[in-house]
Design a protein around this ligand. Structure first.
Ligand code: ATP
Ligand code: MG
Length: 358
């Protein structure tokens, strides 16, 4: 009986939204439609609602009246994680679930950018797609300034675009640091903000990718790469994020806007849509397969990928919990829906594989 349930592990914010019937990032109706299609019942809960000792979870299950109701059920044997965890305790609980034979896909989903970079560097085929990346230190900053005209200095773990600075050579021996809408010129003496970031071991110094531009604004991509109903990786959608005029980060939280790849490429004379799409797809699949070697439960990521003026894909980062909202913001409804349907189809595949093993 419990096998027909698929668990969707959410955070407190999304949980409250479902409980009280208001919408958040997660499109519950997309999960419901997909579940109908794949013959499963979605139920939503937080990690704290799971009691391993009794093999039970207090989950939100849709009742006959169309409202979600707290219901005690056996822990579903397949769980799609949509939450982010910050404590070791949570990591421990996820592991205990796994030990109890429960499959949590995308379980622990926070990885430092440096770790990801190092894993990808392990595959020579990916080298030309990876901007040079070093841990922040004064020595590394000086070296990187000798090697590149533009640098990005950013936190090693998620920041939603906050705390990122850009350093650029504007003339022989003259540099500028861009921070919070301000451009500060300097020559030999490094400005305080730069010294501070360079001395922060939680930061990275990275070669800046010369991002292609749309109407004078840099853009990059969010690529949803997920495992599907055959247990295979697929690209479920690609959407572009365009920086606010004058900015060098494209994050929506920093005023970026979302548009379709087709629309943006139509404004880039050096790019051909089909060719660029195929390249992005092939590159994204290589990236996830490499990462999967190190993170076996990986099944649903949002890659940030930059394109050069010629459409060559360059890796920016891997988001272990893609909010998927960028697809909605770009009105890419089919893709947005697919980002919810695909993990449910994968959950079905996992359920069937487990049943076959029994
Ligand atoms: N090396 C780079 N070259 C060019 N642009 C970059 C580079 N690194 C970051 N950016 C810009 O800054 C944005 C934010 O950087 P990134 O995606 O690495 O971190 P983040 O989004 O702040 O992190 P998180 O998603 O974990 O919160 C990118 O989408 C891109 O627009
Ligand atoms: Mg990002």
């Amino acid at each position: 009986m419990n096998d027909s349930y698929i668990g969707i592990l959410v955070d407190g914010f999304v949980y409250r939204g479902i409980k009280h019937g208001y919408s958040t990032f997660e499109r519950v109706s997309f999960y419901e439609q997909a579940s109908k299609q794949y013959g499963v019942i979605p139920c939503f809960f937080r990690l704290r609602d799971v009691t391993l000792e009794s093999n039970q979870v207090q989950a939100l299950v849709k009742g006959a009246n169309g409202r979600y109701k707290l219901t005690t059920i056996p822990i579903p044997s397949v769980i799609h994680n949509r939450s982010l965890f910050f404590h070791k305790q949570s990591k421990g609980k996820l592991l205990s679930l796994q030990d109890a034979g429960i499959t949590v896909f995308n379980g622990w989903n926070r990885y430092g950018k440096m770790t990801v970079h190092e894993i990808l560097m392990g595959n020579e085929e990916l080298h030309s797609h990876l901007p040079e990346t070093r841990r922040a230190s004064l020595e590394n900053l000086k070296e990187m300034m000798n090697r590149y005209n533009e640098l990005i200095i950013k936190p090693n773990s998620s920041s939603l675009g906050a705390g990122i600075i850009m350093v650029e050579r504007v003339d022989d021996g003259v540099w500028a640091v861009n921070h919070k809408q301000e451009k500060k010129l300097f020559t030999n003496e490094l400005p305080l903000i730069l010294l501070k970031k360079a001395a922060n071991k939680h930061y990275l110094i990275q070669q800046r990718i010369p991002l292609a531009k749309y109407q004078g604004r840099p853009f990059d991509l969010r690529v949803s790469v997920q495992k599907n109903g055959s247990g295979e990786w697929q690209v479920s959608g690609i959407v572009c994020k365009v920086a606010k005029l004058g900015k060098y980060v494209t994050n929506v939280a920093k005023g970026g806007t979302c548009k379709s790849l087709r629309e943006l490429i139509s404004g880039c004379p050096k790019m051909d849509y089909d060719k660029v799409y195929t390249q992005i797809e092939a590159f994204s699949l290589k990236v996830v397969k490499e990462l999967e070697g190190r993170f076996p439960s990986l099944a649903d990521v949002g890659l940030d990928i930059g394109l050069t003026e010629d459409g060559f894909p360059m890796f920016i980062e891997c988001n272990g919990r893609d909010l998927r909202i960028t697809f909605g913001k770009a009105s890419l409804m089919e893709e947005w829906k697919a980002t919810h349907t695909t993990p449910i189809s994968y959950a079905r595949y996992l359920l069937d594989s487990k049943t076959a093993e029994e």
